[in-house]
Design a binder for this molecule. Structure first.
Ligand code: NAD
Length: 322
């Protein structure tokens, strides 16, 4: 069993949505130091306000992880033991800037992999994405489901996973991969490149029609962000996860139409829904098999979509009224 107690931990992309929740969860493990590397492409230091209050030994570097020499200097200075690698350029950017997205996402994984190989730290927990699977060829989708990336983003995520696993096989490095399905929860970016949940809440609160790409029958497996943060910590602690990829999801399927209906029900609003053109590369069906995570780390999501969504909607209501 690995421990985070007294360890120096890097969270790349730590000012982002999942990264900031992961930091809240890591603090409970009593690490010595938490170091965030985030160039604020999409992240926001305000996501770390609560963490900074409860854990003063939190250092934030506004730095591009893809810059090998500067990243190496941070690792030397901070004497890092463990990396949780979440930095990413998001899917919507890849539809407009495919070269930039692919290069940045591939290069950041290359940098953390190289630093691991060269022993600048000891263990890597890398974040993949269910997007690497493309639309389900069978359900529920286990980790052996074929990879069929439908966007340059998904291709960049798949390349990162292959790279990490190749380093495990070739160089024997200590690494495991978390493969989350769609996350939801407080602090998901609500500005440029926002996801559907913040967009729908914002449209509803402004009394605007709700816009859905396509017919809304596309399905997703939504998982509450705090359950993902907890799973990532458990994956680090359990040595049987090394060299493996673990799906982290709820194991339940919901259509985008039903998700929107749930949000409107929580908000007690009845608003017109408008269907727009299908988003290029949009996945039709996602529904995860989470039995490997159950077996290896005893994973069992604490929040269902109802409970987690209520907390999420409340959080955005407060944010939009600030
Ligand atoms: N949100 C989801 O539903 C979801 C689902 C599956 C997998 N994931 C994966 O989880 C991880 C975190 O995703 P998120 O939703 O929190 O995204 P996010 O955009 O909120 O966070 C990513 C962070 O990475 C930072 N970043 C981007 N490029 C960087 C670079 N070159 N150097 C330093 N920082 C950089 C951004 O500023 C941002 O704060 C990603 O690896 C993503 O692929 C997310």
């Amino acid at each position: 069993m690995y421990t985070l107690k007294d360890k120096n931990v890097v969270v790349t992309g730590g000012a982002g949505f999942i990264g900031s929740h992961l930091i809240d969860r890591l603090i409970k493990e009593n690490p010595n130091r938490i170091v965030v590397i985030d160039n604020l492409f999409l992240g926001n230091d305000a996501n770390l306000n609560e963490a900074k209050k409860s854990f003063p030994n939190l250092t934030i570097y506004h730095h591009n992880l893809a810059d090998y020499e500067n990243t190496k200097s941070i690792f030397e200075k901070e004497q890092i033991d463990v990396v949780f690698n979440l930095a990413v350029i998001p899917l919507p950017t890849s539809l407009q800037k495919p070269v930039f997205t692919f290069e940045e996402n591939a290069n950041t994984v290359l940098v953390v992999s190289e630093l691991l190989r060269k022993k600048f730290y000891k263990s890597l927990i890398h974040f993949s994405s269910s997007e690497v699977y493309g639309s389900a060829e069978y359900t529920p989708m286990d980790e052996n489901h074929p990879l069929n990336p439908c966007t340059p983003y998904a291709a960049s995520k798949a390349s990162g996973d292959h790279l990490v696993l190749s380093y495990v096989k070739t160089f024997g490095v200590d690494a495991a991969i978390v493969r989350p399905f769609n996350n939801f929860g407080p602090r998901q970016n609500r500005g440029k490149y926002a996801g559907i949940i913040p967009i729908v809440i914002q449209q509803a609160l402004q009394g605007k029609p709700i816009t859905i790409n396509g017919d809304g029958c596309q399905t997703r497996d939504y998982i509450f962000v705090k359950d993902v943060a907890d799973a990532a910590v458990k994956i680090f602690k359990e040595e049987k996860t090394r060299g493996k990829i673990l799906n982290i999801a709820s194991g339940e399927e919901i259509s985008v139409n039903d998700l929107v209906k749930n949000i409107l029900r929580i908000l007690k609003l009845d608003i017109k829904i408008e269907h727009q053109a299908v988003r290029p590369g949009d996945v039709q069906r996602h529904f995860a098999d989470i039995s490997l995570a159950k077996k290896l780390i005893g994973f069992s999501p604490k929040s269902d979509i109802g409970g987690g969504l209520q907390e999420t909607v409340e959080w955005y209501k407060n944010e939009f009224h600030k």
